[in-house]
Design a protein around this ligand. Structure first.
Ligand SMILES: [Zn+2]
Length: 549
């Protein structure tokens, strides 16, 4: 008895030590319990009751809900909520989103006079700014539909004022800004227009003419503020990653250094804004890949936008009979660049809105990707693919794997005036997301092009599935034969977005080994009435295994 009594404390001590040992080295960093986890099967999404075990930011195990919980440093009970793979915006302007928060907001103005009034108010509220930047005007929303002019801005201030159109493809600035930049009525630029009246520039610069502006760039501190503000807003809306559709090398290196220092924790797929120098630099340097940043693609522009009549069309504009739009880059330049990029194994992503621009880009892609020296599986993207002739549509997908990358809210933003530009006969070729998806073999990456559109991914779901604007019009939806299903839309913002950035096996699906990036809702999105989608909010957002919302 005496021996047994003596041994009990020993056993107890042994078990206690074993337990402490387990607790100090749990198998997982985090376990999310009672999750309804979205699983993809072809085009369909179903939910499976699971516990998600995370380690080192990744999904380490998917455990059936009936099984015992493993040991983890931390446990979160998700109480049966719906876990989707983290939502991605496959075409956006991340830094510009943060910058947009610090500019005069001209979205929704009903007249040029209202724009001028907002600038006047901004100047009064922000006496410290050296350059007044604004964005979001759209003369299509104004009663008169007229181009704005510098006259009213000249009366406001001696500071440079630059106001971007909603699509970024035109600006109106004051005469001070023109003078600082040396722009006169005699200035000419290929792929751009300096609008004049009575022999004087009106202040409106279209497409490439914007590049002539020489006004102060935002400082490094301002840019960091923009990036961090964009990150906060994106996470609040449920986004876990963004494809930035074009930044110069300096801004990319700023993002990389900020991410390495922990000052920015949003995974980004950044396209390099093309220039002869940028191509030389990056093709020699090679891709940049970290856990937070992937740089292996270039962004080109082939034409402008439909709203400012810069989109390059095969037949003239219905509302300007002598005008076909603007080619922003020389064809030979694009062809030479494409051949180089294909050989180097980089991705080429080109903005193409008009049917002529899409035709041209597809033919350049075909030639470059079909060359013997081209690397395989480069997934070159046509950004927007907005007006595509039916015979050109079949050039997507197939053995060359050219990918259409579209933004469903463009359809509902443009639907009221696009027929005026295109005419009814060309409308079936426009915003044809379902046809493009089919041509591409059943997948299509989706984005918003924010800050041109609102960054909220719920607006994308509404526009893609119901083809209705935020105010609900039109009741029956716009060209609904081109609508996507809800599941196709979610796939476009997760799996397909990942695939279009070579991130399958890393993100886009809730699978063993992928990053633990989740957007969690308290409802199955398929049970939400379309017009209730815009007010639906993500409950939790996880990025690389860490809860961020
Ligand atoms: Zn864009």
């Amino acid at each position: 008895m005496a021996v047994k009594q003596a041994s009990l404390p020993l056993f107890a001590a042994f078990f206690a030590a074993a337990l402490v040992g387990c607790r100090s080295t749990p198998e997982y960093d985090h376990v999310l319990t009672n999750a309804r986890v979205a699983q993809f099967d072809g085009d369909a999404i179903s939910f499976v009751n699971l516990h998600l075990a995370l380690r080192d930011g990744r999904i380490a195990e998917l455990i059936p809900a009936s099984e015992a919980l493993p040991l983890a440093s931390d446990t979160t009970d998700l109480t049966g909520t719906f876990v989707y793979p983290g939502l991605v915006d496959a075409h956006a302007h991340f830094m510009a989103l943060g910058q947009a928060l610090e500019t005069v907001d001209l979205v929704g103005t009903r007249s040029w006079a209202e724009c001028v009034e907002r600038v006047r108010q901004y100047l009064a509220d922000h006496p410290e700014v050296a350059v007044v930047r604004g964005r979001g005007w759209d003369q299509n929303d104004w009663t008169l539909g007229e181009w704005p002019s510098s006259v009213e801005l000249d009366a406001l201030s001696q500071k440079a004022i630059v106001l971007s159109r909603i699509d970024g493809h035109a600006v109106v600035c004051n005469q001070i800004a023109l003078k600082q930049s040396g722009i006169t009525a005699a200035t000419r630029i290929e792929g751009g227009e300096i609008i004049t009246a009575a022999g004087k520039p009106t202040g409106v610069l279209v497409d490439n003419a914007e590049t002539l502006l020489r006004i102060a760039e935002p400082s490094r501190e301002e840019k960091i503020r923009y990036l961090q503000a964009a990150e906060r807003w994106c996470i609040e809306l449920g986004l876990t990653s963004v494809h930035d559709a074009g930044l110069p090398t300096g801004d990319i290196m700023l993002i990389d250094s900020l991410q390495r220092a922990g000052g920015l924790r949003m995974p980004l797929y950044v396209m390099v804004s093309e220039s002869p120098e940028a191509l030389d630099h990056w093709l020699q340097r090679g891709p940049l890949e970290t856990d937070w940043l992937s740089v292996r693609s270039f962004k080109f522009y082939s034409d402008g936008a439909l709203g400012s009549r810069g989109a390059l069309l095969r037949a003239p504009y219905r509302d300007r009979h002598d005008h076909f739009g603007l080619a922003l880059r020389d064809q030979t330049y694009l062809r030479t660049a494409a051949a180089r990029i294909a050989k180097a194994g980089w991705q080429m992503n080109t903005h193409a809105i008009g049917d002529s621009a899409n035709h041209l880009v597809l033919s350049i892609y075909r030639e470059a990707l079909g060359a013997k020296t081209a690397k395989p599986d480069l997934r070159w993207r046509v950004e927007h693919a907005q007006v595509v002739s039916p015979e050109d549509r079949k050039e997507f997908g197939g053995s060359l794997g050219i990918v259409p990358s579209v933004q469903p809210t463009h359809a509902t933003s443009d639907m009221d005036w696009a027929p005026v530009r295109l005419g009814a006969d060309r409308m079936p070729h426009a915003y044809a997301y379902r046809s493009l998806r089919e041509a591409n073999g059943g997948w299509i990456p989706l984005g918003t092009d924010f800050p041109i559109e609102h960054p909220n991914p719920m607006y994308t779901i509404l526009a893609a599935t119901a083809r209705r604007a935020l105010d609900g019009h039109p009741l029956g939806g716009f060209q609904t034969e081109e609508a996507l299903t809800l599941d196709q839309t979610i796939l476009g913002m997760t799996r397909d977005a990942a695939r279009s950035s070579f991130r399958e096996g890393q993100a886009g699906e809730i699978r063993l080994g992928n990053w633990a990036d989740f957007t969690i809702f308290d409802t199955n999105l398929s049970e939400i009435e379309p017009m209730n989608l815009p007010k639906t909010q993500a409950l939790q957002v996880w990025i690389h295994g860490e809860r961020r919302k």
